[in-house]
Design a binder for this molecule. Structure first.
Ligand SMILES: Cc1cc2nc3c(=O)[nH]c(=O)nc-3n(C[C@H](O)[C@H](O)[C@H](O)COP(=O)(O)OP(=O)(O)OC[C@H]3O[C@@H](n4cnc5c(N)ncnc54)[C@H](O)[C@@H]3O)c2cc1C
Length: 414
């Protein structure tokens, strides 16, 4: 017998990836026994994206997709999937998600449609040019690397950096073109960005900074080079565009669900409720005020966040009358792997001061101060230390304590 929200008999989750899957799993963990419908634009069962730019670019990897949960497991959870079925609109009066010519009714709805890569203007239809968001993108990139492609990555973000790393691992030429003078300086700050630049250079990646792309060269419909706005051309057989993503909310534009003025992500409360009762959002698509950081509005593109938010959104969607709605109370965390190094970040990089403790390279601990407190930490190749720092950000620890602990860790590992 369900002890949960009596009015909710059908939970619809739009977006069949990490946040959507975690929403379905957590709905069942509450003991609720209603109907769950998982709607996904891709043809596949939910799968993991981090390996797409890491292990799945390895030459030993096949084309097979390993889902996060098998069909049998989803059946066991009582989840009905509507795959290859993009939501096209939302009728909040009738409580229906529109699916082209059909529709699915909901009592509660979780929006988990993630984000879509920006495309390079003028690149459509040119073979050898791709983003990297889906399994089929990863297969295309891996096959190009298998064929020995000269790779140009546009944008020195985390995913772009992993792709350059995959090319260099095979001894293939890799170039990264980045408009900023220092890679990742907006997300990590100039000094850590410079450390990241050195990781690229040390691995033999040709890093072109402070320069944009003015066009592509192609022969017979296949890319042959990237023309930079300093007039040079970089030869290329594979161009991976990593210039950011936008929340996948086109289907919500005509609905009353409030979207962010800038990137059109879904605006949520700290409990992941949207502006429309009964509708919740989770994952890369959602903006939320982070109670841990003075209510800063955040939209994170991190695996852990998507997993945690998916679970919370469904729990709150099904909370019974009188039950407490939970707030998201967590410290952001992500990792990225390049050239055999592991970068890990906890907290927020929005800081008053950034200090690097230890080597300016592998082994670095970068601390971010807000007021008198520790707000964020970046480590390179310190997987054992990062979770201790996560706890310190969570407390939140004082800045002096953080400096002391970082120096202590560096000394201990010297
Ligand atoms: C290549 C790559 C590498 C990454 N590596 C890391 C990493 O190392 N560390 C880390 O912390 N994070 C990493 N991430 C980020 C992490 O994978 C994402 O934060 C996570 O996938 C977000 O999950 P999500 O469910 O919110 O959105 P998504 O995974 O984007 O899934 C959204 C789903 O919704 C579907 N959808 C979109 N529109 C509609 C619609 N209208 N109707 C129905 N379905 C729709 C999409 O097709 C998609 O399947 C990586 C991401 C990528 C792409």
């Amino acid at each position: 017998m369900s002890t949960r929200e009596p009015g909710v008999r059908r939970l619809v989750i739009v977006g069949a990836s990490l946040a959507g899957l975690r929403a379905a799993e957590s709905a069942r963990r509450t003991g609720w026994d209603g109907e769950i419908v998982l709607v996904g634009a891709e043809d596949h069962l939910p799968y993991d994206r981090p390996p797409l730019s890491k292990a799945q670019l390895d030459h030993r990897t096949g084309d097979d997709l390993v889902p996060l949960r098998s069909r049998d497991e989803l059946d066991g959870l009582g989840v009905t999937t509507l795959l290859g079925t993009p939501a096209t609109g939302l009728d909040t009066d009738g409580r229906r998600v529109l699916l082209g010519d059909t529709a699915v009714a909901y009592d509660a709805l979780v929006i988990a449609t993630g984000a879509t890569p920006y495309r390079l203007p003028g690149a459509d239809g040119i073979a050898g040019v791709t983003g990297l968001r889906t399994h089929s993108d990863a297969v295309a990139v891996r096959r190009a690397l298998d064929a020995g492609a000269r790779t140009v990555v546009i944008g020195a973000g985390f995913i772009g950096s992993e792709i350059a790393s995959a090319a260099r691992k095979r001894g293939l030429p890799a170039t990264i073109v980045e408009r900023l003078e220092v890679p990742l300086s907006r997300s990590l700050g100039p000094e850590p960005g410079a450390i990241c630049a050195d990781l690229h250079r040390d691995a033999g990646t040709d890093l072109r900074l402070g320069v944009g792309v003015s066009g592509l060269e192609s022969t017979g419909g296949r890319v042959t080079g990237v023309v930079l706005d300093d007039g040079t051309t970089v030869p290329a057989d594979l161009v991976v565009v990593g210039i950011g993503v936008r929340p996948a909310t086109g289907w919500l534009e005509d609905s009353p669900v409030a979207l962010h003025d800038g990137d059109r992500g879904v605006l949520c409360t700290a409990s992941l409720a949207t502006s429309v009762p009964g509708i919740w959002a989770a994952g890369d698509v959602a903006h939320f005020p982070n109670v841990r950081f003075g209510g800063d509005l955040m939209r994170l593109e991190h695996w852990t966040n998507a997993a945690e938010q998916g679970a919370l959104a469904a729990r709150n969607a099904l909370a019974g009358t009188g039950e407490e709605i939970a707030f998201l109370d967590t410290i952001p965390y992500f990792w990225s792997d390049w050239y055999g190094h592991r970068l890990q970040f906890v907290g927020t990089p929005r800081a008053d001061e950034v200090v690097t403790v230890g080597p300016h390279g592998p082994g670095a601990i970068v601390l971010y101060r807000r007021g008198t407190q520790l707000a964020g930490v970046l480590t390179i190749d310190r997987p054992r230390d990062i979770m201790k720092f996560r706890r310190l950000v969570m407390e939140p620890g004082s800045w002096d304590e953080a400096l002391f602990q970082a120096a202590d860790r560096v000394t201990a590992s010297a």
